[in-house]
Design a protein. Structure first.
Length: 245
């Protein structure tokens, strides 16, 4: 059977149309896929919770200088005994008092021109006393009586009382969950008034925690861990991406 010229032309047209149609279907599918991929929204949710410290820590630094090592140790031992009695007398349990090892080093005389000579001048000794208690008001009150130790010729410096929360990890988990919920609510608010609906969360990144005094609005890129306040709050942020249907 011979194939006519017009049949060849018709076959070519059919093939060409088929290629065009298949290309259209493929391109439309790609567009729809890309459109679907781009239907997402990214928001930042936040949440906070007020917390109350349930333990406290206070550090006293005892220090002395003496021409002899023996004299320095004797003075430091006497001061540490005075501090121990002072703390116990004010209601601190002895098991909550910790004395560090004594640190000592030699100090040499300086020449008039500022250079250090080989002549020994003093031994410098120091020791840390750390007090921990769950009675944070008691420890706070005791720290304000430090002048009573100074009146007994105890050479010391002190740090501010630090306040801690024992179940902080559990609180952080709870605040993260609340921040995630807040992120979804914000996403819903952004598409409100349209026919779109918020779908599933496709990604989430937790920001650094800010533990700050209750009335503080301070934020730090590396996070804040306030230990100076009894009453404080934990603030968390969650950067989340949701699908939009």
């Amino acid at each position: 059977m011979q194939i006519k010229d017009y049949q060849i032309v018709l076959l070519g047209v059919i093939i060409a149309l088929g290629c065009v149609f298949s290309t259209y279907i493929l391109s439309k599918s790609i567009v729809e896929f890309q459109k679907l991929q781009n239907q997402s929204i990214r928001v930042t949710g936040s949440a906070s919770q007020k917390i109350t410290s349930d333990s406290a820590s206070w550090t006293i630094n005892l220090h002395t200088k003496n021409p002899t090592l023996k004299g320095g140790y004797a003075k430091l031992k006497n001061d540490s005994n005075i501090v121990r009695k002072f703390l116990i007398a004010n209601g601190i349990n002895e098991k909550d008092i910790n004395f560090s090892a004594i640190n000592s080093y030699e100090e040499f005389k300086r020449m008039p021109n500022g250079t250090v000579s080989n002549e020994l001048e003093n031994y410098s000794l120091s020791q840390y006393v750390t007090v921990k208690s769950t009675d944070i008001n008691l420890l706070t009150d005791i720290s304000k009586k430090v002048d009573e130790l100074v009146e007994q010729d105890v050479d010391l410096t002190t740090q501010n009382v630090e306040y801690f929360v024992s179940n902080l990890d559990d609180i952080k988990i709870k605040v993260i969950a609340e921040a995630s919920k807040n992120a979804k609510e914000r996403a819903k608010s952004l598409v409100k008034g349209t026919n779109a609906k918020i779908g599933v969360m496709t990604s989430a990144k937790v920001g650094v925690f800010q533990i700050v005094p209750v009335d503080s609005t301070e934020v730090n890129d590396y996070g804040i861990n306030d230990t100076s306040s009894i009453e404080k709050k934990v603030v968390s942020t969650v950067n989340a991406t949701f699908t939009v249907k």
